[in-house]
Ligand binder design. Structure first.
Ligand code: S3P
Length: 170
């Protein structure tokens, strides 16, 4: 059987980039990020894509990129926080991958992102409210992952080790 991809999903600020980097380095696997691929293809940053072309355009690009990375074998895939909302994305990612939901509470997300400016959906007057609302509306989608890793009280290393432990028992 071809090696499965390790797919990280979860809300913005859940630590998907750091945990995916750590996993790729421990397991000596390639790592790919849907956001980074989109930026590379578009030759512009995500805030610019949202500002100049709108969210719907971004979501189309995201669907294409998710389809492409889903065809890989044995990679660590770091997914943008919103990929789960499109059922086609989950279906594609699942074909070749084990899905891990890095779970975070709204308060921790807020703490982590409050001084950052690169997430257009959170550039609003009341970011914590927005985080709560988005998380609530996405929770059922994230819950479709094969495994849930609670990251609130855990370091990047702890979360990576939790993923490895599950993989060893798969
Ligand atoms: C988004 C999450 C971002 C990025 C875009 C939209 C979302 O990725 O794809 O800003 O809808 O949750 P991260 O989860 O890596 O921040």
């Amino acid at each position: 059987m071809p090696p499965k991809n390790i797919v990280l999903i979860g809300f913005m600020g859940a630590g998907k980039s750091m945990v995916s980097n750590r996993l790729a380095s421990i397991l000596k696997l390639g790592r790919v990020s849907t956001d980074e691929l989109i930026e590379k293809k578009e030759k512009r940053a995500i805030p610019e894509i949202f500002r100049d072309s709108g969210e719907a355009y971004f979501r189309q690009l995201e669907e294409t990129v998710v389809r492409e990375v889903s065809a890989l074998e044995g990679w660590v895939i770091d997914c943008g926080g919103g990929v789960v909302v499109n059922p086609k994305n989950l279906e594609n990612l699942r074909k070749n991958g084990v899905l891990f939901y890095l779970k975070t509470s709204p308060e921790i997300v807020y703490k982590r992102i409050k001084n950052q400016t690169h997430r257009p959906l959170l550039q609003v007057q009341y970011p914590l409210e927005k985080i709560r609302e988005l998380l609530r509306s996405r929770e059922a989608f994230y819950a479709q992952a094969d495994h849930v890793i609670d990251t609130d009280a855990h370091s990047v290393e702890d979360s990576a080790q939790a993923v490895l432990k599950i993989l060893r028992h798969e």
